[in-house]
Design a protein around this ligand. Structure first.
Ligand code: PMP
Length: 355
């Protein structure tokens, strides 16, 4: 028998559902992809990389560029192979046996998995019925369990809801441990907790190039924190954990980030259009969203999802997930993709299409 670590036996690996569909609105990727000129610049740069060399171990170039955006030194930045790698590393740094990590639920499902992978105990704080997160409940949970880390997701995936800055500050004041704010969808919201870093040295912010900056395939994210935190995270990461191709692509995207502003604006406009149209459909409840996806609760959500699948549209079905009964999450796609999604929902509820 395989002697797998006991804590892994019950753990389900993260998996994307089903076969690949033509219209992919299930992973909160960037609608329409990279601007053509940025794509060309990346293609040119990749050809010049000395692939027989390891990448710069300190990743100084990109760290310095990102740090400058926040008027910080490079020592405040760590790059990861996706922000996922950093979230996992941070759970390893602050978690461990006999330690508790507090996180919201429903939220990004990987938090619970990283908590378990680090042998930590998870303390999940349930969102309210409107999917807001109570700062008082987070503080209570963290203090009761003497938590070693609090994870927050702002905007929250998969609900799209946000936490006011005052609540994040209240949590920082009310708990003793590090507080991580996952800002994977920051660009669609526009409000960040970065300005709290100077006053609260226990604050960690994570961001990603996978969403608004269209580099999901390259896997690059970063964290912003005090240099002591960065040094601690460094201890659990492999040497050369971000490959040279991805580093180069992220550097070019970062230098050209103004070129993404128009696309982000289109996504926000499409989000408003989608929400307004869904609100008119009886049988569908839509939650407000500050991210590049929308959560809806739909009557017969499983059947609606099957109709979407039959038209080669994939979304995320959370129908069976705790706290998300009957919920579907749809990523904001291109106008044509959103139209195809809307048409299907309209057809389903006006009985023009049967599954
Ligand atoms: N945080 C949140 C809230 C997410 O939704 C995701 C991706 N779905 C991630 C982090 C991880 O993103 P990546 O590893 O691509 O940076």
């Amino acid at each position: 028998m395989l002697k797998i670590r006991p804590s892994l036996i019950e753990l389900q690996p993260y998996r994307a559902e089903g076969e690949e569909k033509q219209i992919r609105l299930d992973a909160n990727e960037c609608a329409g992809g990279l601007p053509a000129e940025v794509k060309r610049e990346i293609a040119d740069a990749l050809g010049r990389i000395d692939l027989h060399r390891y990448p710069d171990i300190l990743m100084s170039g990109l760290r310095k560029e990102i740090a400058a955006e926040f008027s910080l030194a490079a020592e405040h930045i760590m790059i990861g192979s996706g922000s996922s790698e950093l979230l996992q590393a941070i759970c390893h740094v602050f978690g461990g046996a006999d330690r508790t990590i507090v996180f919201p639920t429903p939220s990004f499902s990987m938090y619970g998995i990283y908590v378990r992978l680090s042998d930590s105990t998870g303390e999940a704080v349930a969102l309210e019925t409107d999917y807001s997160l109570s700062a008082a409940k987070v503080i209570e949970a963290a203090n009761r369990t003497q938590a070693s880390l609090v994870l927050l997701c702002n905007p929250n995936n998969p609900t799209g809801t946000v936490m006011p800055q005052a609540d994040i500050e209240a949590i920082l004041q009310g708990v003793e441990c590090p507080v991580l704010v996952d800002e994977a969808y920051y660009e669609y919201y526009g409000q960040s907790s970065v300005n709290l870093l100077a006053s609260y040295p226990r604050l960690i912010i994570t961001r990603t190039f996978s969403k608004a900056y269209g580099l999901a395939g390259a896997r690059v994210g970063y964290m912003i924190a005090q240099p002591e935190m960065i040094d601690a995270v460094h201890k659990v990461l492999m040497p050369y954990h971000v490959n040279a191709l991805s580093l180069a692509a992220a550097g070019i995207v970062h230098a050209n980030r103004q070129a993404f502003a128009a696309g982000i604006q289109v996504t926000k406009t499409e989000r408003a259009r989608l929400i307004a149209a869904l609100l008119k459909i009886p049988g569908v409840t839509v939650y407000p969203s500050e991210a590049n996806f929308v959560l809806l609760r739909a009557d017969h959500s499983g059947e609606l999802n099957r109709l979407l699948e039959s038209r080669s549209i994939s979304i995320r079905n959370f129908g069976q997930a705790p706290g998300l009964h009957g919920c579907l999450r749809v990523t904001i796609g291109t106008t044509a993709e959103n139209d195809a999604f809307l048409q299907t929902v309209q057809d389903y509820y006006s009985h023009k299409a049967v599954v």
